[in-house]
Structure formats: structure tokens, C-alpha cells
Design a protein around this ligand. Structure first.
Ligand SMILES: Cc1ncc(COP(=O)(O)O)c(C=O)c1O
Length: 371
């Protein structure tokens, strides 16, 4: 029925659906394997703290009642953490939920959204879903975005610049001075800067600054954060943003009312208190990252400097290597999923998972005469 094909939104005709990392159960079913190592979605692989587990179990006893749509306790806890007002906080089902509603709240037909390329594909999808025209800023070989490059792509039609800092899938950061100059320039253009800081807790480089610091100085910044990474709550789907009040007000008109479930809210409040756990996970991740870097250097694989819990590897026939690794029970992310042919993105896993990855990669490379 051709009319049904004509009925759907024309603006979505060229939109490629998001390709997420493969779930463990799919690989088990499709390849008949039992032991799977999942290094494709940059999750925290360590168990969550006992106190968070307890909060989840106690909230699970109350699932007959709707969750608090205003996320009162979570917003207050976040406001305390960041020194902002609860009325400057937005919450959603992961960064994903926040970013989709955020774009719906601010994009008008014909608005441009500027983003780096490569970047986290869901930013582009969310912008297009809201009806924006996306303008890509291609990153140079070092994958480090600069304020000048981004500003050059902006015009009077640019309503929003969105970037990840650190960036996914490159692991690179924009320095404090660059971010400040970008934000200040965009404020002069009356353009909003959205900074997705999903991996901020892993960064130890002193040149890095969170957009929250700039939020207090400038009026045009939205910061996105998630509980899916270092906090270890990816399956609960909870994230948040810090945003200027007019943005929060518009957001509240389009956000799905009961989007953030009760278990997620309680878990997030408990997780925010676990500062020692967060530091421990960061330290363990950095130790494992060093080990992975040394193994990959022995294998002669080019790896890009990273500030996150994942590595970007230059591998000529990356798609084939990813498939071969999959047959070994190791799930990594082919760069082609993110518009980067010839690259693999590999998350830092548990020590034993990283060892299995290294052994399988060695085997796969040797077998195919890649080394
Ligand atoms: C840049 C970036 N933002 C956000 C997320 C997490 O999204 P969510 O909070 O929806 O789980 C990811 C996950 O891969 C990411 O890479």
C-alpha cells in the first residue's frame, strides 16, 4: 500500500536507525555460545554497591504505585551535589530520554543543530526526530574538537550545538579554555551549548572541566549526565540534565510524565551517596585500561589516547575482526556502527574479560595473517 509509505514523516526518510551493541542473549542464541564477554556499550562491569541494591529491592516492593513524576528527592540530591537549584534539573529515561525531550522542547522547524562527527549517534537521531537540520563538524585526525571548528559551522540558523565531552567514540576531551571560548562565543550568538558528559567521572586530566562550572558563569549551557556508566545503573534507564530555567519549563511540557520509574529514582538517590565506590571504579578502570593499552601495543595495534572507559582501535578490516571476535564470544563495537570504517571501539571490562579479549584478538589476528 503505497499511500502508507507516503504517510510517514518525510524528514525521517534518510534517518538510519540506531544500531546498539549486541545483547549477550542474542549472541548466545545465534552462535550457541555460553560464555560471552560484552565490551560494546561502555557499561561499568563491576557489581553495584550493596546500599544501591538494597534501595532497588525496597523500591521494588512499591511498584503498584506510580513513580513521583517530579523526582523530588532525586532533584534535591542532584541540586545539592552540583550547587544548583532543583528547578534547574531535568530527568529522563537515561540521557537518551533527556535528549529526545530536550530537543522537542527547543527545536522549531528549520532550526539547525551543530554536532561533531563522529559523535554519539543518538544526538543526531534525537535532533532529527524533533525536526532539526543537522550540521556535522568533521573532526581532524587527532579527533580533538576545537572551538574554532565548531563556531565555523554555526550560522544564524543554529539553535543548538551539542557535543560529548569526553567524546564517544573517540575518547577525546575538549580542554577548559576551548570549552569556555566556545560557550562564550555561542552565548554571544544566542545559541545553546549542550554538553553530554556521560564519561566525565572517568577523566583525571587537569585540562578537563565540567560544563557545570561554566553553567554558573554563562546562561546558555545544558549539561547532560547519566547513571548508566560509572554508577552502574544502565538497565534502569536514568539520566539527567542541568539546564537554564526557561529550558526546564519548556522541557516539562513535552517530557513523558512518568518516564523515570520508581526503582530507578530510588537507586539513583542511593548511588549519589556512593562517592568512594565511584572513585574505586574509576581507579580500577584506569588500571585495566593501562593493561589493555600495553597488550594492544605489543600486538602492534594503533590505539587513540582516551579519557574514558573505552578504547578506539585502528584496525584495517574492523568489521571482519569484530565478526571473528564475536565467534569467539567477544562483543565489541565496529566503528561502522558510528560512521567510522576501519575502527573498533572496545569497552574496558573486568580483568578476566579483558584478558579473554586480548587472547581472542591475538588469535583472530594471527589466524587471518593480520599480524
Ligand atoms: C555520549 C553518551 N551519552 C550518553 C550515553 C548513555 O546514554 P543513557 O544515559 O541513555 O544510557 C552514552 C552511552 O553509550 C554515550 O556514549
Amino acid at each position: 500500500m503505497a499511500w502508507l509509505e507516503r504517510l510517514v514523516r518525510k524528514a525521517l526518510a534518510d534517518v538510519e536507525p540506531y544500531r546498539p551493541g549486541k545483547p549477550i542473549s542474542d549472541v548466545q542464541r545465534e552462535l550457541g555460545l555460553r560464555e560471552i564477554v560484552r565490551l560494546c556499550s561502555n557499561e561499568n562491569p563491576w557489581p553495584i554497591p550493596e546500599a544501591v541494591s538494597t534501595a532497588i529491592q525496597s523500591a521494588a516492593k512499591e511498584v503498584n504505585r506510580y513513580p513521583d513524576p517530579g523526582a523530588y528527592y532525586l532533584k534535591r540530591a542532584l541540586a545539592r551535589k552540583w550547587g544548583v537549584s532543583p528547578s534547574e534539573i531535568i530527568v529522563g529515561a537515561g540521557t537518551e530520554g533527556v535528549v529526545y525531550a530536550l530537543f522537542q522542547a527547543i527545536i522549531d522547524e528549520g532550526d539547525h543543530v551543530v554536532h561533531c562527527m563522529p559523535t554519539y549517534p543518538l544526538h543526531i537521531l534525537a535532533a532529527k526526530a524533533a525536526g532539526a537540520t543537522c550540521v556535522a563538524v568533521p573532526l581532524t585526525d587527532s579527533f580533538t574538537p576545537t572551538a574554532d571548528m565548531i563556531i565555523a559551522a554555526c550560522s544564524e540558523r543554529t539553535k543548538v550545538v551539542i557535543m560529548c565531552n569526553p567524546n564517544n567514540p573517540t575518547g577525546t576531551i575538549m580542554s577548559r579554555s576551548e570549552l569556555l571560548s566556545l560557550a562564550a562565543h555561542l552565548e554571544g550568538m544566542q545559541t545553546l551549548l549542550v554538553v553530554d558528559e556521560a564519561y566525565a567521572e572517568y577523566v583525571i586530566d587537569p585540562r578537563y572541566v565540567s560544563g557545570v562550572e561554566l553553567f554558573r558563569q554563562l546562561g546558555n549551557i545544558v549539561i547532560l549526565r547519566t547513571f548508566s556508566k560509572i554508577y552502574g545503573l544502565a538497565a534502569l534507564r536514568i539520566g539527567y540534565g542541568i539546564a537554564p530555567k526557561p529550558v526546564v519549563e519548556s522541557f516539562s511540557k513535552v517530557k513523558r510524565f512518568f518516564e523515570v520509574n520508581k526503582i530507578a529514582q530510588h537507586a539513583a538517590v542511593a548511588a549519589l551517596e556512593q562517592t568512594a565506590y565511584i572513585e574505586e571504579i574509576r581507579d580500577r578502570t584506569l588500571i585495566e585500561r593501562e593493561k589493555m593499552l600495553s597488550v594492544l601495543s605489543d600486538l602492534g595495534v594503533k590505539v587513540y589516547p582516551t579519557h574514558t572507559n573505552f578504547l578506539l582501535l585502528r584496525v584495517e578490516d574492523a568489521d571482519l575482526v569484530a565478526e571473528d571476535l564475536l565467534r569467539e564470544g567477544i562483543i565489541v563495537r565496529p566503528g561502522s556502527d558510528m560512521g567510522m570504517q576501519g575502527f573498533l571501539r572496545v569497552s574496558i571490562g573486568l580483568p578476566e574479560e579483558n584478558e579473554r579479549f586480548a587472547a581472542s584478538l591475538r588469535k583472530v589476528m594471527k589466524r587471518a595473517g593480520r599480524r
